[in-house]
Each structure stands twice: as C-alpha cells, then as structure tokens.
Write a protein that binds this ligand. Sequence first.
Ligand code: SME
Length: 150
Amino acid sequence: MNFNSLQPSIKTIISSNKTRDEKLFAICQFLNQNVPYYNWVGFYFANHETKTLHLGPYVGAATDHTIIPFGKGICGQVAESNQNFVVPDVQAQDNYIACSLTVKSEIVVPLFVNGKNIGQIDIDSHEIDPFTKEDEIFLEFVNQQVALLF
Ligand code: SME
C-alpha cells in the first residue's frame, strides 16, 4: 500500500469548503474506498466528564456501539492509554467489543488536539493481520490533519 500517494487527498478534504462533520465523513469514505482492507472507518470523540466515547461520522455497517465507556473494548482502552492499538486478530482479545462477525482485525489511533486525546480513528478489517507500521504512520498523519479542524 502506497500511503504517501493518499496524503494529498486528505489535505484537499481538510481544506475543502465543507462542515467539519462532512470533512470527517469524506475522510472515512476516502479511506474505505482507497485502502482495500479498511472495511469500516469511523471517528469516536471523547467526553472527558462522563468518560465515554461517542460515535461520530463513519462508513461501513451500522453499529450498536455508539457510546463506549473509557476502558471498554479496544476503543475504550485507547481513550485511557493514549497509544495506538493494533489488533491483528480480534478473537485473541479479551477486552474487545464485537460489532460484526465479519470483522477480523482492528486498528485504533488516538486523535490529539494541543496534546489532549479528544478521540480516535477506528478501522475494522475483514482480513486477519493486515495492519503494519505504515498504517499507523499514515493514520497518525490523517489525525494530525483532522486536528487542524478543532
Ligand atoms: N471493536 C471496537 C468497538 C467499536 S466497533 O469496531 C465500530 C472496540 O472493541 O472498541
């Protein structure tokens, strides 16, 4: 996967004449359409008072998990750890919230604005173990661009 070639389109979306949620949705669509193993792409945003994550724009199958407590599942753990979380095989995870039986792996990368973890990008794949360090570096770039919207 040549992630460098995808970077200009992310910047174009960020600087486009759309609302923030429209831009986030456009990024989800772009990633879903251009990375074959990105089958569900969405953003969660943190409420630090209630210690919950709230689903924002996403592309892929509808999910029941629109609110996730900090600490629960992969997403909830990233809300507390502030670290990328790559799960090569979701069946091997204890603290995992299943959305669909078709999901085999997941990557979650936190979104920092002025050093604060305000949410995350969450990607599910139907393939086992598709994510590499390149995905992490690319998604960190995506989130650095998204942070400019806040
Ligand atoms: N699997 C996630 C829940 C969110 S869905 O993937 C959309 C988790 O364990 O946190």
